[in-house]
Design a protein around this ligand. Structure first.
Ligand SMILES: [Mg+2]
Length: 298
């Protein structure tokens, strides 16, 4: 039996091997009182699949073991699925090409970014509106595709996404537009994004500069806002009770999945480590070592 330990000292809670198959898996919210409870019946395999990208399928441009089999199985079984990322720099086409280089064949139509979720939100809120954008092609393309006009004059919205080309004049324009009444939206709250050389300032940091200067707080669309999952589910016409979300972070993937009413799977191949799980006031439906262990659930 493989044992994961949760908690500290004498209160340490152990869970049995979290494998799929005959052995029942622990339920979210249970087993936290010092003794473990386990499911007595197996769940039905989810029909609809959402998965995070970084830390689940890829890490630093390399596919993680089992990721290719996972995607292939979803396609073979004709399960509707989307690969989600909070990164708003790239278009789905760019990301599909990047994934292909890392060894994963994911159709462009199966990629859902915080930029697409933001465009989806704006399309519902104010069809054919206007926006001043600080961001890259992933965001500007998404907004063009929903019929938005990009402008620096009397914009309905200031929309901030991840960028690698921040300019002082763009920040100045954003601040003046927000002060003049433009609604303030940001694709995702992440303050840094990882790179091989170290962290890079990300959307949340740029949005914070505008927030500080104006006193206005942005509305963040990406994870952990479950809005991101709701729009993804709309895209694949998924029902929440038959949908699972796979992620490597408790404070984004898992909490947003729970808030959206989804089954959740935490994989330990990325950000959250097994010993950190017990610190959170919520638990995923399942904890698995990696995406390789998810393949058998499809
Ligand atoms: Mg991740």
């Amino acid at each position: 039996m493989r044992v994961f330990s949760f908690g500290h000292g004498p209160k340490t809670l152990t869970l049995p091997t979290l494998r799929v198959g005959a052995l029942p898996l622990p339920l979210a919210g249970e087993g936290m009182k010092g003794h473990a409870h386990f499911m007595t019946t197996e769940r039905k395999a989810p029909e609809y699949w959402l998965t995070d990208m970084d830390g689940v399928l890829v890490r630093e441009d390399h596919a993680l073991p089992g990721a290719a089999e996972f995607i292939a199985r979803l396609i073979e079984k004709e399960r509707p699925f989307l690969v989600l990322t909070n990164n708003s720099i790239f278009t789905p086409r760019d990301l599909a090409a990047r994934l292909a280089r890392s060894g994963l064949t994911v159709p462009e139509s199966a990629i859902w970014t915080s930029a697409l979720a933001t465009a989806d939100f704006l399309k519902l809120q104010k069809p054919r509106g206007s926006a001043f954008v600080i961001g890259e092609a992933g965001l500007t393309t998404a907004l063009h595709e929903i019929g938005y006009t990009l402008t620096d004059h009397e914009a309905d919205y200031v929309v901030v996404g991840e960028t690698r080309t921040l300019s002082f004049s763009a920040i100045t324009t954003a601040i003046r537009l927000v002060a003049a009444g433009a609604r303030f939206i940001a694709t995702n709250p992440d303050v840094t994004s990882p790179s091989p050389e170290g962290p890079l300032p990300a959307t949340g940091s740029v949005a914070a500069m505008i927030a500080k200067a104006t006193g206005a707080q942005p509305y963040f669309i990406g994870k952990p806002n479950p809005m991101m999952f709701r729009s993804a589910m709309n895209r694949i016409e998924a029902r929440s009770e038959a949908t699972v979300m796979i992620g490597d972070r408790m404070d984004t993937d898992v909490v947003a999945g729970i808030e959206a009413g989804l089954e959740t799977i935490l994989v330990l191949s990325g950000s959250t480590r097994a010993e950190q799980v017990a610190r959170f006031p919520y638990r995923p439906s399942r904890i698995l070592d990696s995406i390789a262990d998810v393949v058998a659930l499809i």
